[in-house]
Design a protein. Structure first.
Length: 162
């Protein structure tokens, strides 16, 4: 990776070009702000094959928590979100691009492992897509989606996740 302390979409692209997206993901999750080193270890132990960053529709991502009417495990009211979601939304509205989400492809679903607050901030700012890196259980599965995303902008990944 060119800059180990940068956790932008561009830094994720550079890591992917260097075949180091798994290391980028682990460093990002362990960094201040994410503070999720335990999740990084869990995902590294699963030995996933990473792809991305990909621009994904947020309404197709299966989230731990989110607003009613979205694919979430737990529906929550607008007032539940941490105070910083509003501030993140304001930064996004002003042109800031948040770090990519960390997503896994499981059981034909895109499951958000890290990024529920970023998704909510994007949604509150009026956005409907988010950059993500996606982990796959099998290399052949990742490669199939990588090939199809070159052809159709990643829509086959989304179509197969429903």
């Amino acid at each position: 990776m060119r800059d180990h302390h940068e956790f932008s979409v561009d830094a994720a692209r550079a890591a992917a070009a260097d075949d180091a997206l798994d290391a980028w993901m682990a460093e990002f999750l362990a960094s201040p702000g994410s503070d999720n080193a335990e999740l990084a270890e869990i995902l590294r132990d699963r030995e996933l094959w990473w792809l991305g960053p990909l621009l994904l529709p947020i309404d197709r991502l299966h989230r731990l928590a989110g607003p009613p009417g979205h694919p979430v495990l737990t529906e929550v009211d607008e007032g539940w979100w941490r105070d910083d979601v509003g501030a993140l939304g304001e930064r996004i509205s002003a042109g800031w691009e948040p770090p990519p989400l960390v997503v896994t492809h499981r059981d034909r679903q895109l499951v958000v492992e890290d990024g529920n607050h970023r998704i909510e901030a994007i949604r509150q700012a009026g956005g409907d897509e988010a950059w993500a890196i996606v982990g796959f259980e099998e290399q052949v599965e990742r490669d199939r989606y990588a090939t199809s995303s070159l052809i159709d902008g990643g829509r086959s990944l989304i179509d197969s996740a429903t």
